[in-house]
Write a protein that binds this ligand. Structure first.
Ligand code: HAM
Length: 549
């Protein structure tokens, strides 16, 4: 039975997918206010908006964020895109009959199809229509061997008089295995964050050729398959900013952080802590590699039996995979070890990283941005080096990070971009910021209705439609009931809508050519002519106190 034919109580009801949610009016007014405010703060620091796609090649995120991280290993929404229809068709033709063709005649026919497929796959691979990878390189090469084996040794396609059934079975099995292993479509991921996308766009558009540092911001949804709870969603919203260019001056880091504290101030969020740290540098030809040295020191300490035995299962695993992450463990019985037993990275920075960090602190002090040093702040994504920071708020509960960020100087180069491009950025969780604004109870964004048009009678209707349009043209929010309402009902509705004024148009108004305006705050009513209407509502007339008063 179709859904439509079922009785109402049996029809399936849909709900938003777990970890996603709808944002409805009036809450959406606060979201809009916040986004507008964030844009205005970021634009005051000369950041320009970048919009990148919601999905990208999986490989981009895996390489940037790091395969061992929670985000990449557990939380990404990934799917394999379809191959081009033409490739899918050739693959179907070449493979559907592969297994049963164990006689020589069938095999000859099959080989000619297979030939076509090999050529097409190779071409598609070279043109980038098929995802490139080491595995695919290997498989394509293997495909060549299989093809040469069949066609070369047996004296050309079409005739295989001497070929054994066993050899045919061997070839077809190898080909079928190839088909199941080769990926004809690209793996694609819904973006879990946007820094990787921004770096990709920077490289793709040769933005290093543009003058000065590129200062970019973005606003939009991100996707992570985390366990949903308050402040943690599977589709959540970030506002982020990135600075890419040849300089790594600590003033850039400090200005970016100051931009964030400006935004917090505009939102009148007072209870927050800015945590900063430096996680040193990787081991590259230009750098001293203080981080890997520190990581070894940390690993050695963590392996000591009296420390190791007190770690939880996750941290025990991380001793080998990513010891740095032990530092931001939230497990209560690991806290004492982390605070008191483990070496602190700030005490193991190389001279360059140390100088950078000291200067960052000076730059923040110059800007009167208060900060707290947190040697535990290592952040969960692999691209970071040197500066890391987070802003936490006690009013958020367990998910207390309002935003996080840091420096990622090697990322652009690692993604195949120009050498020597540095980067730093942050992203704030919009969902959490909105919670914090609501908790702080200082900002109350609403979308008020300026005028409710109460029209009564057929004669009043055309005037009501016309005047509603005129007032909307003056940028007022006007509610025009689509059907006639009794006067009392209209007033009640206007009141519930939160309208400031009711424009009353009934038979009397039409007859006298004068409109009635009622101010709902105090019930004050006056008559005005149609010509005076626009001026009546023109700013500064339209204030809480009312026009002209
Ligand atoms: P992140 O720390 O993974 O960093 O995320 C930044 C912020 O996004 C968090 O502090 C939090 O407020 C919010 N957030 C993260 N996951 C969720 C979630 N599941 N639900 C709600 N809010 C969430 C990054 O994403 C980096 N790309 C930041 C960055 C930019 N670093 C350099 N440039």
């Amino acid at each position: 039975m179709s859904e439509a034919a079922k009785p109402e109580n049996e029809r399936r009801k849909f709900r938003a997918i777990k970890g996603t949610r709808d944002i409805l009016p009036p809450d959406s007014a606060l979201w809009n206010w916040f986004e507008k405010t964030a844009r205005s703060v970021m634009e005051s620091y000369n950041f320009g908006e970048i919009r990148t796609p919601i999905f990208e090649e999986t490989e981009l995120f895996a390489r940037s964020i790091g395969g061992e991280t929670d985000v990449v290993s557990k939380e990404m929404y990934t799917f394999v895109d379809r191959a081009t229809p033409e490739l899918e068709n050739i693959a179907m033709e070449a493979f559907t009959d592969a297994m049963p063709l164990l006689d020589q005649g069938g095999f000859a026919k099959y080989v000619s199809q297979f030939e076509g497929f090999v050529e097409r796959v190779k071409r598609a691979y070279e043109n980038g229509e098929i995802p490139k990878s080491e595995k695919a390189d290997e498989l394509i090469e293997k495909l060549g061997y299989i093809r040469d084996g069949v066609i070369g040794s047996e004296g050309g396609a079409g005739k295989f008089p001497g070929i054994s059934t066993r050899a045919i079975a061997g070839y077809t099995a190898a080909i079928v295995a190839f088909r199941s292993e080769i990926r004809l479509g690209f793996p694609i991921t819904l973006r879990p964050e946007a820094t990787a996308s921004v770096a990709r766009a920077y490289i793709e558009h040769g933005m290093q050729m543009r003058p000065g540092d590129q200062k970019l911001y973005y606003i939009g949804p991100m996707f992570r398959r985390e366990r949903p709870q308050k402040g943690r969603y599977r589709q959540f919203y970030q506002i982020g900013a990135e600075v890419l260019g040849t300089s790594d001056a600590p003033a850039i880091d400090a200005e970016l952080i100051q931009m964030l504290t400006d935004l917090l101030e505009r939102c009148q969020i007072e209870k927050y802590t800015l945590l900063i740290n430096s996680i040193g540098c990787p081991d590259t030809p230009e750098r001293r590699g203080c981080r890997p040295k520190y990581v070894e020191l940390l690993r050695a300490k963590l392996r000591e039996p009296e420390v190791f035995s007190r770690l939880g299962a996750d941290s025990k695993r991380r001793v080998e995979t990513n010891p740095l992450r032990v530092m931001d463990s939230k497990l209560p019985n690991e806290q004492d070890i982390i605070e008191n037993k483990l070496p602190k990275i700030s005490e193991h920075l190389c001279v360059d990283c140390k100088a950078h960090y000291e200067n960052l602190k000076k730059e923040l002090t110059l800007r009167e941005v208060p900060f707290t040093e947190s040697p535990r702040l290592v952040r969960g994504l692999d691209y970071y080096m040197r500066t890391t920071f987070e802003i936490t708020s006690p009013i958020l509960g367990a998910q207390n990070a309002l935003c996080g960020g840091g420096r990622y100087d090697g990322l652009v180069e690692m993604l195949g971009g120009p050498k020597g491009i540095k980067g730093i950025g942050f992203a704030l969780g919009e969902d959490r910021f909105i919670d914090a604004i609501q908790e702080a109870k200082k900002i109350h964004a609403t979308r008020p209705v300026d005028v409710f048009v109460a029209w009564m009678g057929e004669r009043a209707y055309p005037t009501a439609v016309r005047l509603a349009h005129v007032l909307r043209g003056e940028k007022h929010t006007v509610e025009l009931p689509p059907e006639e309402m009794k006067f009392r009902k209209a007033l009640e509705r206007a009141d519930k809508t939160g309208a400031r004024y009711v424009l009353i148009i009934g038979d009397d108004e039409i007859a006298s050519d004068m409109l009635t305006i009622k101010r709902l705050a105090d019930g004050k009513q006056e008559k005005i002519s149609e010509e005076a209407l626009v001026d009546f509502f023109r700013p500064p007339g339209l204030t809480k106190e009312g026009p002209g008063s």
